[in-house]
Design a protein around this ligand. Structure first.
Ligand SMILES: NC(=O)c1ccc[n+]([C@@H]2O[C@H](COP(=O)([O-])OP(=O)(O)OC[C@H]3O[C@@H](n4cnc5c(N)ncnc54)[C@H](OP(=O)(O)O)[C@@H]3O)[C@@H](O)[C@H]2O)c1
Length: 370
């Protein structure tokens, strides 16, 4: 009997978070399933929520080859549904199909990419229908991030069109996803205003074709943003920081830009609908809106999540977007990783302190088969 090693995250009823490698039997695919030998799976911000989310990083230690952290008492109540359950981690990844059920034989030996959960695993058994078959010549390492970031970036442009906007604002824009969005917008002729917080990221995005990049650390950030929004007429923003003052600042600049373009005065502000979608939680503080609500009466702040978006646009559109991802995986949708690590290396203090930072250019790729 062959075994399968995977990374799991458990919250114990003693208030500890334990990240460990657990071993189980290697699954056997059913008729409509395939067994994938996973060769590449990224550590995305969305994985960290499950992997280390509830743990207090200041209490981090390694005990018996496990990473252990305290879970603050205040959030233990919310942990009830996952108490003492080892949760498999890893939203997406890629590998080679090494076994296939009777109805999935055509996938044998193919490089596939999947968003199946539990991907920090040597082997993953999944329905054949959930596999994105990559083009000949694509290596698993190149297509490890084929779903979450590429489809979300494409989803932003689709949402812009569906909701009647004509240009976009994007924050934390030097992220892997942000760089994809820059390339999509350049290729598709969509005006995009990027917000970053370091000069080196202004330079990085400009080097890949971005026209508007505003630095939130600059004293004149509001002027930069207003100017870029006035020029692009962007009324839709996707904000990955999801906390602090940024959403309010974006709406304020949109309102100033809209009023500049308007010929009539209204005490309720401009009648251009201004929308910010929060799609990440990089800044864990609450959202703060300006006291004097400087953006009139016609605005919205909401959440954006990939899965409901895919459900909304439907099967055919999703297929179209996936085909684009497969064809452009080495260009538009290429991801950058600083380190490639084994399952064991994920569980070292040195690694965790780096990937938990979620900084630009510090993304890890796990090869569970190494
Ligand atoms: N809602 C959805 O369905 C969905 C789907 C996919 C991705 N996402 C979100 O998309 C975002 C980007 O993902 P990714 O994998 O592309 O990330 P990534 O490559 O790991 O990059 C993370 C970026 O966030 C910036 N950042 C980190 N903390 C920040 C803070 N407090 N304020 C401002 N910027 C901060 C970093 O810039 P610095 O170097 O300046 O720190 C870096 O550029 C994540 O928030 C993720 O959760 C959401």
């Amino acid at each position: 009997m062959s075994s399968n090693k995977q990374i799991t995250s458990t919250v114990t009823d003693e208030g500890k978070l334990e990240i460990a490698i657990t071993e189980s039997e290697r699954p056997i695919p059913g008729d409509n399933e395939v067994l994938i030998q996973v060769e590449a799976t990224p550590i995305n911000p969305s994985d960290l929520g499950l992997l280390i989310g509830p743990g207090d990083i200041n209490t981090l230690k390694v005990e018996n080859s496990k990473i252990v952290m305290d879970v603050p008492d205040a959030i233990m109540g919310a942990m009830k549904p996952r108490l003492n359950k080892p949760m498999p981690v890893g939203n997406e990844g890629s590998g080679v199909v090494i076994e296939a059920g009777a109805n999935a034989q055509e996938l044998m030996g193919k490089v596939v990419s999947v968003v199946g959960g539990g991907m920090y695993s040597q082997y993953r058994c999944l329905p054949a229908a959930s596999c994105m078959v990559m083009n000949e010549g694509t290596e698993p390492r190149e297509c490890a991030s084929s779903f979450v970031n590429p489809l979300t970036a494409l989803g932003m442009v689709e949402t812009m069109k569906m909701e009647g906007h004509t240009a976009l604002v994007h924050s934390a824009a030097a992220s892997n996803l942000g760089q994809m969005l820059v390339k999509i917008c350049v290729n598709d002729g969509v005006q995009l205003v990027n917000i970053v917080r370091k000069q080196e990221h202004v330079d990085l995005l400009k080097s890949i074709g971005a026209q508007f990049v505003c630095n939130s650390s600059d004293d004149d950030f509001m002027e930069q943003l207003t100017l870029a929004i006035t020029e692009t007429k962007a009324t839709l923003a996707f904000d990955a920081t999801g906390g602090g003052e940024l959403a309010g600042k974006i709406l304020t600049c949109m309102e100033i830009a809209a009023r500049k373009n308007s010929t009539e005065y209204s005490p309720y502000g401009s009648t251009d609908h201004k929308q910010v979608y929060i799609y990440g939680g990089l800044n864990q503080s609450g959202i703060t809106l300006p006291n004097n609500r400087t953006f009139g009466m016609y605005w919205g702040i909401g959440g954006f999540l990939l899965t409901p978006f895919l459900g909304k646009v439907g099967f055919e559109k999703v297929g179209e977007l996936q085909a684009r991802v497969a064809n452009e995986i080495k260009t538009t949708f290429a991801s950058n990783y600083t380190q490639e690590v084994s399952l064991k290396e994920v569980l070292t203090l040195e690694s965790l302190m780096v990937y938990a930072k979620q900084a630009t250019g510090e993304k890890f790729l796990i090869n569970p088969s190494s």
